[in-house]
Design a protein around this ligand. Structure first.
Ligand code: G16
Ligand code: MG
Length: 214
């Protein structure tokens, strides 16, 4: 029986992908190249440093580890400038309501995000108190599709992986949930997230019944 819900942040609770995109684009432009919104899809759910490696690879740019750290830090400065201006209005449709619903039905809740900025984002949108456990890029080292971020979430909630359902918008995130032996609800397009147990457009479509029937 399911006991806990683990939520990804970017793409599930809020759309910070637009800010990541703007900041990475600015960095790429500064380095003399560009990339499309379609390419940006590949960066969803991927850690900061791994995202940078993918971007540099698109234009065959090679940098030392030290240079990469500097570039990632620069991108993050621009990104943080944008997310510190976020407001609760940016919570995605149905997210707050579904969190309240699962809590009212005695399910435990955890955040399972690759971001090292999750605390700032949750504070800005006023949802920190809705989570029984917070697991993000500061607590784990292995990027999704590795299940580490979700397994640590289950551990912090004191439940078994089989008792968890993960809500994810990224292919890598759905794969991480399945690799961790958890149920996965994909948020987005069914053809893209075909490995999920159920795909919905957003949390506004989710019900307790759908969750219990997974
Ligand atoms: C998010 C985004 C990724 C981003 C990653 C790391 O993951 O989807 O694009 O690269 O976090 O973010 P930061 O640079 O803030 O540490 P998630 O897991 O919340 O979808
Ligand atoms: Mg995501």
């Amino acid at each position: 029986k399911l006991k806990a819900c683990i939520f990804d942040l970017d793409g599930v609770i809020v759309d910070t992908a637009v800010y990541h995109y703007k900041a990475w684009k600015r960095l790429a432009n500064q380095l003399g190249f560009d990339f499309t919104e379609e390419q940006n899809e590949e960066l969803k759910g991927i850690s900061r440093i791994d995202s940078l490696k993918i971007i540099l690879n698109w234009d065959d740019v090679s940098k030392t580890d030290e240079e990469m750290q500097e570039l990632a830090t620069l991108k993050n400065t621009w990104y943080v400038d944008m997310i510190t201006k976020m407001t609760p209005k940016e919570i995605l449709p149905g997210a707050k309501e579904f969190l309240a619903l699962v809590k009212a039905n005695n399910y435990l809740t955890a955040l399972g995000s690759a971001s090292k900025n999750s605390e700032t984002i949750l504070k800005q949108i006023g949802l920190t108190h809705m989570f029984d456990a917070l697991v993000d890029g500061n607590k784990v080292t292995k990027s999704k599709p590795n299940p580490e971020v979700f397994l640590v979430g289950a551990q912090e909630l004191n439940v078994k992986p089989e008792e968890c359902v993960v809500f994810e918008d990224a292919i890598a995130g759905v794969q991480a949930a399945k690799a961790g032996k958890m149920k996965a609800v994909g948020i987005g397009k069914a053809d893209v997230l075909s490995e999920a147990d159920l795909v919905i457009e957003g949390l506004f479509e989710m019900t307790i019944e759908k969750m219990e029937n997974l």
